[in-house]
Design a protein around this ligand. Structure first.
Ligand code: CTP
Length: 460
């Protein structure tokens, strides 16, 4: 019996796929189809796949052409599969010519002509959403570049007060304006990275205008404001998503799962530090629209693992802050103590002070160590009393998680447009839970209102 094997993602299965599968089957008597896992696609940079693995497998199965379907999970697996299944012919489309010649050592390699005029990429791009970016810092350039990697998204407008911060790519966007209303008129969805003081009103305005919103954390400055925004989004059938790219880094997500699975026993503390020396203060000096204090720059990120691991309902949150003597609301360094019944969280944030930006999660059996900068990590360790039990974990991180956050945002919009409610869509996408968004808004807001804050002046 002549065995043939072929591989693919098969997102939105189309006539090009079916033609290829039929011709592959005709090369022999038995066809094995390898469908790439979601993780493997992510790893090899194919971030836009819209259908989950089960749906893609089901679509291939429904063609009735494959005799066996397997999942492709790792680089190098093709050699293993060819040996394991006694494969005679490996085949893929002509877009891969030459790429798999190395498999000739194990079986015959045959490239089949690709069907012209159709691809999963094109199908995904049919549902293009017009996107607007709002922000007053150079971070917009990075976001713009990441958006370019996401199918189904076109940045058509940028709202900024200072064009000189934009690089060549974003400067080519059709509409660049400092008028937020003008931006809203031109888009289907909006990403907000303005100063946190503007978030609540900008989010509300966008929702009222019927736009889906992804807004950097904190989306508001109190739990009440946060609740109001979510219920407005739900009433209007729109997605409102809290943006924190760390929550979309694979290593960080896997670390949370290991902790939840009891790998370090019961968690007793979470200690997160985030600092940088760039305060975004000059040349704008004390303009609060562009100046980011420690808490505004880092608070939501540093609180994220504390709330995600220990819960969104702490018994007490307290702050100790070193402030600019001329501007009390501008903390240069702060420590946040978050107390729970059986555990404590502690965050150190600094914009204008530097420390080791690591994350340590301590448990009754061992601890997790995520080295600096933990908020864009691709690596962590689980350490035990006996060092020979230690484990190291590495997961490729592309684009600091920004592109994955966008893919999740678009998928949530799709789910909501197909009738899911916002909470259901969020759960499916594994985004930041609403109670965490809410707790973050409340913590940052209470700091700014001066509640439970001990202010100290910086030593001269
Ligand atoms: N294929 C083909 N003709 C097409 C599209 C794909 O013969 N028009 C083949 C590919 O060469 C590959 C298999 O179908 O052997 C699975 O391809 P896949 O990468 O899943 O599909 P694409 O449409 O190429 O996906 P994308 O646009 O995401 O790259």
């Amino acid at each position: 019996m002549m065995k043939v094997i072929t591989y693919g993602t098969y997102d939105h299965l189309h006539r090009g796929h079916i033609r290829l599968l039929k011709r592959a089957k005709a090369l022999g008597d038995y066809l094995i189809v390898g469908v790439t896992s979601d993780d493997f696609d992510k790893q090899r940079g194919k971030i836009n796949v819209q259908q989950p693995l089960e749906e893609r497998i089901a679509a291939v199965r429904a063609t009735g052409i494959a005799d066996k379907i397997i999942v492709e999970e790792y680089e190098g697996q093709k050699i293993d599969d060819i040996k394991r299944y006694g494969v005679d012919i490996f085949t893929v489309g002509s877009d891969w010519v030459g790429h798999f010649d190395y498999l000739n050592e194990y079986c015959k390699v045959q490239y089949l002509e690709r069907t012209s005029g159709v691809s999963s990429t094109e199908i995904r791009s049919l549902k293009i959403k017009r996107c607007g970016l709002v922000g007053y810092t150079g971070y917009m350039n990075r976001v713009y570049a990441e958006c370019g990697l996401v199918n189904g998204l076109e940045v058509v407008a940028i709202c900024t007060k200072d064009r000189s911060l934009l690089s060549k790519g974003p400067l080519g966007v059709p509409l660049i304006t400092d008028d937020y209303d003008e931006l809203l008129n031109a888009v289907d969805l909006v990403y907000i990275h303005s100063h946190p003081n503007c978030h609540y009103s900008q989010v509300k305005k966008a929702l009222i205008a019927g736009k889906h919103v992804m807004c950097e954390a904190p989306i508001a400055k109190s739990a009440d404001e946060c609740d109001e925004l979510f219920s407005l989004a739900d009433d209007l059938g729109l997605v409102l998503m809290d943006s924190l790219r760390t929550a979309y880094s694979t290593a960080y997500v896997r670390m949370l799962l290991l902790v939840a699975g009891g790998r370090i026993g019961d968690v007793v503390s979470v200690d997160a530090t985030c600092t940088n020396l760039n305060t975004n203060r000059l040349p704008y000096s004390l303009s609060h629209e562009t100046a980011w204090s420690s808490m505004t720059a880092w608070g939501p990120t540093a609180l994220l693992p504390i709330f995600q691991i220990l819960g969104a309902n702490p018994e007490r949150v307290q702050f100790s802050s070193l402030c600019d003597p001329n501007d009390k609301a501008f903390d240069i360094f702060s420590r946040i103590n978050v107390e729970y019944g059986g555990a404590v969280g502690s965050a150190k944030v600094g914009a204008g002070a530097k420390s080791e930006g690591s994350l340590v999660v301590s448990g009754t059996k061992g601890y997790v160590y995520v080295p600096a900068p933990w908020w864009k990590t691709d690596y962590f360790e689980i350490r035990y009393e006996n060092p020979s039990d230690n484990r190291r974990y590495f997961y490729q991180l592309d684009g600091e998680g920004i592109r994955f956050e966008w893919v999740s945002f678009l998928r949530m919009i799709e789910s909501v447009c197909e009738g899911s409610d916002g909470v259901e869509a969020l759960r499916r996408e594994g985004g930041i839970e609403r109670e965490i968004t809410r707790a973050t808004c409340e913590a940052i807001g209470s700091f700014e209102r001066g509640e439970r804050v001990r202010f100290m002046e910086v030593h001269k």
